[in-house]
Design a protein around this ligand. Structure first.
Ligand SMILES: [Cu+2]
Length: 125
């Protein structure tokens, strides 16, 4: 059976609509970018990485794990704290609303050099 002109026209229209919906879908995806995830590994007595640089106003998810014992994450300048529990992933959302360099520290006693366990977050414009 030969394709009719009407049949070809319907096929072409369908193809164009399908292409248009793909473009719309991609545009919607990029309008809501996924929040950046930064993995931080804690172990006695440090955080890796221990120095982060973030952009003001840009939300990030800090994703903590501990290689040994229960640890804390405390970032007083942003009123953030969390327990970092062995065999668990701890996620903390941070939207830096000010620039500067801020210290975070372990606030759960984890051993001899616990007091020295800290890191820095630098927030830039
Ligand atoms: Cu500690």
């Amino acid at each position: 059976m030969r394709p009719t002109a009407k049949g070809l026209c319907i096929a072409a229209t369908t193809a164009i609509l399908a292409a248009a919906s793909v473009v719309t879908y991609v545009a919607a995806q990029s309008a809501e970018p996924k929040e950046k995830v930064i993995k931080i590994t804690a172990k006695r007595f440090d955080y890796t990485p221990g120095n982060l640089t973030l952009k003001k106003g840009e939300p990030v998810i800090l994703e903590f794990t501990t290689l040994d014992v229960l640890m804390g994450f405390n970032l007083p300048d942003f009123n953030l704290r969390a327990d970092i529990v062995p065999d668990k992933v701890t996620r903390v959302r941070l939207v830096p609303d000010k620039t500067g360099t801020f210290t975070f520290l372990c606030d759960i006693f984890c051993g001899a050099r616990h007091e020295e366990m800290n890191g820095r977050i630098t927030v830039v414009d």
